[in-house]
Design a protein around this ligand. Structure first.
Ligand code: PSU
Ligand code: MN
Length: 304
């Protein structure tokens, strides 16, 4: 049921490094046209760093691994594109619809295609107030079962970062701070929470992936790569803005799958686009690291 481009298929068959990229970040995470520019740039960075990019989405009901320039434009601009997490996959596939895949559904489709490294911006997690709303992203349950390493910039404080880390521990998911002892919080290099583990090179990350999966421990690995210092928004500054966005969301009664896209859009509005610049910078930074990890992991696999 998967459509895989020839380029991605050839790379996978010959053991070349491939990096999966998600599409919700394009369709529901950033405004047009910065979203399509980001998508193109990130694919270019993956290529320039020696790996083949595979952006993943559902097009006309077909899960598709590797997208054309026209596909990216459609995902970035077409209002009919549905945000697709795991539970939404059968709906868009059976109806022949277009869907932008979240971290959870991108991981699942990447794993089906045989891709082990995935680059994004931020993970979903346990939402603030989850003790009454029950809003916990399916990204976390997917990380507990699907064997893909996810390179991200940590999680935003639109979520409860402490509870998200607790849940990842319960689910058996290794969380690596990349070059840091502190878990990063997306816009900021700090969060006030320690990173449960640390890695300082792509080779260390690849070795941990190999060890996990050779032990038969299926499931993901989170690589939390802090935003570059020159692009970060200090935690206290973004904290007040996030609180304002959360207040606005409550007043409007927005919840469920619309919560994350609303908050991301509202933060861009309140910061007059500053948060968007930071978001793009951190995804580009993650793309460089993801390609390097994919190269290391491909090297390890070829020696086996
Ligand atoms: N966090 C971001 N940007 C994003 C998302 C999260 O900073 O675009 C997207 C990702 O696709 C993630 C999804 O998988 O939101 C989580 O949505 P939910 O909380 O509804 O599971
Ligand atoms: Mn949710």
């Amino acid at each position: 049921m998967l459509t895989v481009t020839d380029e991605v298929r050839d790379a996978l068959e010959s053991g070349q490094p491939v990096v999966a990229l998600e599409s919700t970040i394009i369709s529901h995470g950033m405004p047009y046209p910065q979203n399509v520019e980001m998508a193109r740039t990130v694919e270019g960075i993956v290529r320039d760093n020696g790996a083949v990019p595979a952006t993943i989405a559902v097009l006309h009901g077909r899960p598709t691994i590797g997208l054309s320039a026209d596909d990216l434009e459609l995902l970035a601009s077409d209002e009919s594109v549905i945000k697709v997490s795991i539970r939404d996959l059968p709906y868009v596939v059976s109806r022949g619809l277009h869907g932008a895949t979240t971290v959870a559904s991108t991981m699942r489709l990447a794993a089906l295609a045989g891709i082990g490294v995935f680059v994004t911006g931020g993970l979903g997690g346990v939402h603030r107030g989850a003790e009454t709303s029950y809003d916990v992203s399916a990204d976390l349950t997917e990380l507990s079962t699907t064997s893909v390493a996810v390179v991200c910039a940590g999680v935003k404080s639109i979520l409860d970062i402490g509870l998200t880390l607790e849940k990842l521990e319960t689910l058996g998911v290794p969380v690596l701070g990349y070059g840091t002892d502190e878990f990063p919080s997306f816009f900021s290099r700090s969060s006030g929470f320690a990173a449960p583990m640390r890695a300082d090179s792509p080779a260390e990350v690849a070795a941990l992936m190999a060890a996990k999966w050779e032990l038969g421990l299926s499931g993901g690995v989170v690589v939390a790569n802090p935003i570059p210092a020159e692009s970060e928004i200090p935690a206290d500054e973004i904290g007040a803005i996030i609180d304002q966005a959360l207040g606005d969301m409550d007043r409007l009664g927005i919840r469920g799958k619309d919560a994350t896209p609303y908050l991301l859009g509202r933060i861009v509005e309140i910061t007059s686009g500053e948060s968007l610049k930071a978001n793009i910078a951190l995804v580009e930074h993650n793309a460089r690291l993801g390609a390097a990890i994919a190269r290391e992991y491909a090297g390890l696999s070829s020696r086996r």
